[in-house]
Design a binder for this molecule. Structure first.
Ligand SMILES: Cc1cc2nc3c(=O)[nH]c(=O)nc-3n(C[C@H](O)[C@H](O)[C@H](O)COP(=O)(O)OP(=O)(O)OC[C@H]3O[C@@H](n4cnc5c(N)ncnc54)[C@H](O)[C@@H]3O)c2cc1C
Length: 381
């Protein structure tokens, strides 16, 4: 029977996304019993892609995750400025390797599938959590079909629209930032896109980017400030009408993409929740600290949360101490990521004189300062 002074033996994880699956893999390696309960009975049908920085790739590699199965190393982040022209190359590969692992451009669907295979039968698909309950002694999950499950602790990894968060913070909702856009993965390589390069375009009111994912695939995205998607105008037309002139590379991506491969997302975040836990229920990943995607850090933070929590649970300390130590270690970092991502949205989509000054500063950035910026990105601080 669970007790506040006994070590954690049985962990119920709500959500089979990046945080939940990584946590399950890390806990299973320590011999701790886990069950992962994922709402959907299948993984997303349209693949999307994103960037995972060196520090999070290192965690995955240390857990034995075969990262080459779902991505390709990033060497250079090439920034283009307000007129779509080259501004600066950031040496991601070189500095990542000094930190112990490459940074990777990743196919998110393949990443989920790889992690899910490693979790095996402990992942239960089609298990939707509708509520949780907790006392200082035990935690309880209720599923949509009425089943109930008791565990030593419940870890909420159920993402930005977390159901479990309502148990902890019934009045908190995601702050929608007004920006949104499309992301797609295609199984072709557009002309002018070398392997190992992320081509980013920081245009007035728009941030767009393209990178190869390995395996003959490319991911691209185009996000706009003040965006509400229309259901009556084609997705490509909505992009073309907002991007004039459109960078050649983005046009090539549009030419190679079918409309049904384009996934719409709207940016929202959760800044500085007062607490991430109550009794025996703790939130990690986007459930605790959803961030807009502009700093490219949300999945990395979810992976880092999972590794830090697994280590604390494995230490055998009492639950209240584990949760408090976890929150003290991870919350300041996660809150800083959210702030940074908001600033990044503003910086990368600014217009007029501000954009002109930004481009000038990045063009003339001294090498030691550039190394400092890249070091902060690849190491997560
Ligand atoms: C467009 C875009 C681009 C991004 N780019 C980057 C990037 O470049 N780098 C980066 O590091 N991050 C990026 N992110 C952020 C990243 O995707 C998230 O931070 C990350 O997925 C969070 O992981 P998570 O496991 O906490 O949540 P999720 O990955 O959202 O997983 C939550 C899981 O919980 C399940 N679930 C939800 N409700 C329930 C329930 N009631 N019961 C059971 N299961 C439930 C969901 O189905 C899902 O599988 C991006 C995000 C977006 C939207």
């Amino acid at each position: 029977m669970a007790s506040s002074t006994l070590a954690v033996n049985k962990v119920a994880i709500i959500g089979g996304g990046i945080a939940g699956l990584t946590l399950a893999i890390a806990l299973k390696r320590q011999g701790i019993e886990v069950s992962v309960h994922e709402k959907y009975s299948h993984y997303q049908s349209h693949p999307t892609g994103f960037l995972i920085w060196s520090y999070a790739i290192k965690i995955l590699q240390d857990l034995g995750v075969p990262v080459d199965a779902f991505g390709a190393p990033l060497e250079v982040f090439r920034m283009h400025g307000r007129q779509g022209r080259f501004v600066v190359d950031m040496p991601i590969g070189e500095i990542s390797r000094l930190n112990g692992a490459d940074s990777y451009e990743v196919n998110r669907l393949r990443l989920s599938q790889t992690l899910a295979e490693m979790v095996g039968d402990d992942l239960r698909l089609g298990d939707e959590c509708v509520s949780v309950d907790s006392t200082p002694q035990q935690a309880m999950v209720t599923f949509a079909d009425g089943r109930r499950l008791q565990a030593d602790v419940v870890i909420a990894c159920d993402g930005a629209n977390s159901v479990v968060r309502q148990f902890l913070h019934p009045d908190v909702a995601l702050n929608m930032l007004g920006s949104g856009g499309w992301i797609a993965v295609i199984d072709q390589i557009p002309p002018g896109l070398p392997l190992g390069y992320q081509m980013d375009f920081w245009l007035p009111g728009c941030k767009a980017g393209v990178a190869q994912l390995g395996h003959g695939e490319t991911r691209w995205y185009a996000a706009f400030t003040e965006m509400q998607a229309s259901a009556t105008v084609s997705k490509k037309q909505q992009i073309l009408s907002r991007l004039n002139p459109i960078p050649d590379l983005i046009q090539h991506c549009l030419d190679l993409t079918n409309e049904d491969q384009m996934v719409y997302t709207q940016a929202g975040d959760l800044l500085a929740l007062s607490s991430w836990y109550r009794d025996r229920v703790l939130m990690i990943g986007d459930a605790a600290h959803a961030t807009s995607p502009y700093a490219g850090m949300g999945a990395c933070a979810a992976i880092a949360d999972a590794a830090a929590l697994a280590e604390l649970i494995g230490s055998g300390r009492p639950v209240p101490e584990i949760f408090e130590c976890f929150q003290q270690a991870r919350k300041p970092v996660a809150d800083a990521v959210i702030q940074d991502s908001r600033q990044s949205l503003d910086r990368s989509t600014s217009a007029g004189v501000r954009a002109w000054i930004r481009d000038l500063i990045f063009k003339n950035i001294p090498e030691p300062k550039m190394q400092e910026i890249v070091q902060a990105m690849v190491s997560g601080h």
